[in-house]
Each structure stands twice: as C-alpha cells, then as structure tokens.
Design a protein around this ligand. Structure first.
Ligand SMILES: [Zn+2]
Length: 374
C-alpha cells in the first residue's frame, strides 16, 4: 500500500528559479501536446497515443533550448498527464450525463507541479538533502522520517513555498485487536457523535482559520481588478485556504488515530454526494466537505492498521429508534430522541450513531441501548 510523505523545501534563490523554469517548461510541453492531440483529432480523427507523443521527445529536445534542462522522466510524466486528462475526458463523454469540457490549456500559474516518476532516477537523498536532477541539492524541513520504499516524488508550488511529496510503498502495521466497535454520526453542531454518546466538537482552531478565510475573501473582492493590491490579496487568500486545509487535515488525523486505536470496526455514514449537490444549507455543505476529508483519512489509516471501516447509507438513521426499530420522525431542530414505543431517551446524534453501528452489521436493535447515557 502507498503512503505519501510531504516535506517543505528550502530552495536557494537560484534553485527556486530553476524550479520555476522547470514548471514553465513542463507547462509549455503540456499545452503543446494537448494542442497536437486536438489538431490530430480535428483534422484526421486520429487519436495520438502516449507512446506516439513520447517518441517525439528527442526531436523536440533538439529544437528547444528549455527541454534539455529538465530531466527526461519528468518530461515523460508531463505526457502521462496529458494522457490522463484525455482519458478522463473520454470517460465523461461515455457517461453522457453532461457535455464534458475538453481538457484545457494551462495558463501561467495554472500548472504547479512536476513529478519524478521513479525514485533513484533523477531523484534521491544525498547528504541529508533532496537531490533533484537538473535542479540541485535542496534543503528539506523534515520532522517525520520517511517510511517504507520511496517510489515517486512530486514537487509542488503552493502559496507559501515549495513542497516535495514522496510516495512510498509501506507494509501494513496491524494494531492489536480490542474487540470493540463503534458507530459515528456526522453532525452540524458537533463534528461527530459516537454511538457511546461521546461527542467530538468542531475544533476551535479550525473555526478561527475559517473566519480568517472569510475576511481574506472579502478583502480580495474589494480590491480593484488588475491592481497590485489585488494580487497581494489573492496571495493572502491562498494562504488562508492552505491554513484551513492543514488545520482540518490535522484534526482529521488526530480523530482518526484516536478511534483506530480503540476500535476494530467503525461504522460510518457514506458521503452523500447527491445530497451535496442539492441546494441545502451552507453549514451542512461545509460539514460534508469536512466529513469527506475525514473519511479519506480514516480509510487510508484503517487500511494500514488493518481495521475495518463500514460505510452505511445514512438515510433514516436519525428517525428510526435504535432501541426498538420504530420510526420516530423529528425535524432537524429537535436534538433529542425520545421513543414513545420503548421509552429510549438519547441525544439525536447518539441514536443516529447507534443506528449506523447497527447498519454496519455490528449490533442488532436495542443491544447497545444500555450504553446510551449522555
Ligand atoms: Zn424505541
């Protein structure tokens, strides 16, 4: 299984220029190859393949002053990206749900990463630094040691600097079995409610970062188009976005780690894509985004820890009584579940989490009702 390790880079000014130049060369190559594919299709209904375009690389290198300055496997990876965007396009075309957009040309600043697809070939560690072919020895900030077998390395430009993402093949590291299982319900006022009745609140740090994001958004919209101040405001907004992203990811990792430590089986709500597309309250959409991030972190970590995550259909989980299975309809504003049939009393979230746990095949109706104490 694969795991990504991300490190911030500390390039010198000269190296930073080389990184920028590499991105720009890759972007030009990407656009050129995309254009040729478009043309071949429009003029001769011919589908250019990856292999065919790859074969043109040596010739291109002879005529371009920039291409020879980039490692050849990095250039090949650019062609892979063209291929992938084409594959996506044809897949969308086949699905015929909506008219798919043709793969787009990348504008200046719209292309922000390049990949060394094979560790050891143009990329590796040397003297405690990251050695990139044609760029140099780059200092890295490393607080987490690499694990497993490095496979690929992607260099990415972000609002606050350069990063290396090293993908490694790692072996599973099973956690000791605990014999315990749990159900989780996503909420609006809380991030999640466990079937034990425990609630995980939304982190204050994240809320603060989100407030800053809103301020930055307002600032940008006030600035005049094309002005220097607008460009500055855009950088600040991008940084605020990064902050929110990181704070959320951090939080997700912590919660997932804690849960995987204690439970063998976790029943969770499947992300409701259809519901997300429908016009529903903003707060719920934000909760959904957070839940999506959490699910992907949880699933990845669970795979490594050999724990099972069961995704269940979340419909009716808050309406059905987890004690007896009768339907007890209630509006979203009703936060308490009081069953007139069996007398079960529980927080709305706890009742839903118990239903999710049951749907995950872990327990039956009423079995865990004794746990319900808020
Ligand atoms: Zn009941």
């Amino acid at each position: 299984m694969k795991q990504a390790f991300v490190y911030k880079l500390r390039p010198t000014r000269k190296q930073e220029q080389a990184l920028e130049d590499t991105l720009e060369t890759c972007r030009h190559l990407y656009n050129a190859c995309l254009g040729e594919r478009k043309q071949a299709w429009a003029q001769r209904q011919e589908r250019l393949s990856f292999a065919k375009q790859c074969a043109t690389l040596p010739e291109r290198k002879q005529t371009s002053p920039h291409l020879p300055l980039v490692h050849s496997q990095v250039l090949q990876d650019v062609l892979h990206r063209v291929q992938r965007s084409y594959d996506h396009f044809f897949r969308r075309l086949k699905q015929q749900k909506e008219k798919p957009g043709f793969p787009r040309f990348k504008g200046r600043g719209g292309y922000d990463s390049f990949t060394y697809p094979q560790w050891g070939n143009g990329v590796g560690f040397k003297e405690g630094r990251l050695c990139l072919s044609r760029i140099g020895l780059l200092r890295i900030c490393s607080d987490r040691p690499l694990q497993g077998d490095p496979k690929t390395c992607t260099i990415r430009r972000r609002a606050d600097g350069w990063y290396a993402c090293i993908v490694c093949a790692v072996a599973p590291a099973p956690l000791p079995l605990t014999g315990e299982s749990i159900g989780l319900d996503v909420g609006l006022e809380n991030f999640a409610t466990l079937s034990t009745g425990k609630q995980t609140p939304n982190p204050r740090l994240l809320r603060r970062a989100e407030r800053r994001l809103k301020t930055a958004q307002r600032r940008l919209s006030r600035r005049k188009k094309g002005s220097r101040n607008r460009a500055k405001a855009r950088v600040l907004l991008a940084k605020a976005h990064l902050k929110v992203q990181r704070a959320r990811l951090d939080f997700c990792h912590k919660v997932a780690h804690d849960l995987l430590d204690r439970f063998d089986t976790l029943a969770v709500e499947k992300l409701n894509i259809k519901g997300m597309l429908k016009n529903h309250p903003l707060a719920k959409s934000i909760a959904d985004v957070g839940w999506g991030t959490f699910l992907s972190v949880l699933k990845r970590k669970a795979e490594r820890a050999v724990r099972s995550v069961v995704e269940v259909d979340p419909r009716y989980t808050s309406q059905i009584c987890s004690g007896c299975g009768e339907s007890v309809p209630k509006k979203l504003s009703v936060r308490w579940h009081a069953c007139p049939y069996c007398g079960l009393e529980a927080h709305r979230g706890t009742n839903a989490a118990l239903n999710i746990k049951r749907k995950g095949g872990v327990t039956a109706f009423g079995e865990t009702a004794t746990l319900v104490a808020v």
